[in-house]
Design a protein around this ligand. Structure first.
Ligand code: UD1
Ligand code: UDP
Length: 354
């Protein structure tokens, strides 16, 4: 029996792990233990994904959230270490680049438990992003690195990973698997939705914690909303900052939705404007153009192929790009695999345990 201990805590990790857990369940010889750090805790940021996507309920819930980076990561590290000592898994599996990812990676590495990182090798080359620090450190202590893209493989090569005692595998992107599986289960949300609308999300620290950037993005959405409905399922972090600063919003602001409603919203929108990592790719999966409200992205192949354009946070730039950018509509190109990432990951893990 192979025991895999999965660590997750934030919304995008539930979505990624949901897809991989469904694959793990196909193998009688693998036992999965799920640890939820508690980083995301509102029902519509956490429970809804477990319910709708039929992700197995976490075996451990650490309930650590709402803290600064140091306290959050430190408390998670301590609590995860205790679980690992009790459970003695063969592998720890972490996803992406959140504080939960880094805490899980450090705990595993210090106990010499093998570590698999899903979504390895991504880089924004902006060390001010908490996610960039988390992903670089996690990659460095991982034994098996599952890269979604060729550019992720290239990044690891450039950092000398060929010389390290680890294995780098191009698996494709597990979010592509998820989008293909859940597309047919999409649910129309229950509020007034125009035939043509823009879908937007904002939650990145670099935008929410800089009031000038946040105001400028919101003004651009207010302007766009005059000609087309702008629908924004708003992250609680952003909602709190908008409220505290009394920033005027003139678009359809809704609470975060579950993945099945989100898939419907992506599938039926005209265009996506976002600073989310996951949503940039989902726009591509559902053949929608995307304007990224950041100055750089880890998903460079979307930019290179003109499916996505970086507009930053400047209102005039965002509006100019919206009106004038020449997006590609040749969505047949294979950038993230064809929905086989989860099975590739499990095959590799099994090989490592023969
Ligand atoms: C985290 C990740 C980010 C990821 C995002 C996905 C880190 C450093 N950042 O950012 O990479 O893109 O998750 O959504 O790990 N809050 C609630 N309810 C919740 C969750 C959050 O009210 O269920 C509010 C709290 O005020 C909290 C704040 O949002 O303090 C920030 O949450 P946190 O998990 O620290 O960071 P995110 O911005 O969600
Ligand atoms: N998402 C969702 N409901 C929402 C907003 C986003 O289900 O109200 C999904 C989105 O479709 C994607 C994932 O959450 O699959 C992205 O998570 P997020 O933007 O929070 O984090 P990031 O990908 O930037 O780390």
């Amino acid at each position: 029996m192979i025991k895999i201990l999965t660590i997750l805590g934030a919304r995008p990790q539930f979505i990624k792990a949901g897809t991989v857990s469904r694959e793990i369940a196909k193998y009688d010889e693998i036992d999965e233990i799920i640890v939820h750090t508690g980083q995301h805790y509102d029902a519509n940021m956490s429970d809804i994904f477990f319910d709708e996507m039929q992700i197995p309920k976490p075996d451990y819930h650490l309930d650590i959230n709402g803290l600064g980076h140091g306290a959050m990561t430190g408390q998670m590290l301590e609590a995860i270490e205790k679980v690992l000592i009790d459970e003695k898994p063969d592998w720890v599996m972490v996803y992406g680049d959140t504080n939960s990812t880094l805490a899980g990676a450090l705990a595993a590495s210090k106990l010499h438990i093998k570590l698999a990182h899903i979504e390895a090798g991504l880089r924004s080359f902006n060390m001010k992003m908490p996610e960039e620090v988390n992903r670089i450190l996690t990659d460095r202590v991982s034994d098996l690195l599952f890269c979604p893209t060729d550019s992720a493989i290239g990044n690891l090569k450039n950092e000398g990973f060929d010389q390290f005692a680890c294995k780098v595998v191009k698996s494709g992107d597990v979010m592509q698997d998820g989008a293909m599986f859940y597309r047919h289960l999409a649910k129309k949300p229950d509020f007034d939705i125009a035939n043509d609308y823009i879908l937007s999300t904002i939650h990145r620290a670099e935008n929410t914690d800089d009031i000038v950037r946040l105001t400028s993005i919101i003004e651009s959405l207010n302007t766009l909303n005059k000609e087309k409905q702008v629908i924004v399922p708003l992250h609680p972090r952003t909602r709190k900052i908008i409220e505290v600063n009394s920033i005027k919003t003139e678009f359809t602001m809704i609470a975060p939705v579950g993945y099945l409603e989100m898939v419907w919203l992506i599938d039926h929108c005209d265009i996506v404007l976002t600073d989310s990592g996951g949503l940039q790719k989902e726009a591509f999966f559902f053949q929608k153009p995307c304007i990224t409200l950041r100055d750089e992205t880890e998903w460079v192949e979307l930019i290179e192929n003109r499916f996505n354009v970086l507009a930053g946070a400047d209102k005039d730039k965002i509006l100019d790009v919206y009106k004038n950018f020449d997006f590609s509509d040749n969505f047949s190109v294979d950038l993230y695999g064809r929905g086989l990432a989860s099975s590739c990951i499990m095959q590799e893990l099994l090989k490592e345990n023969i």
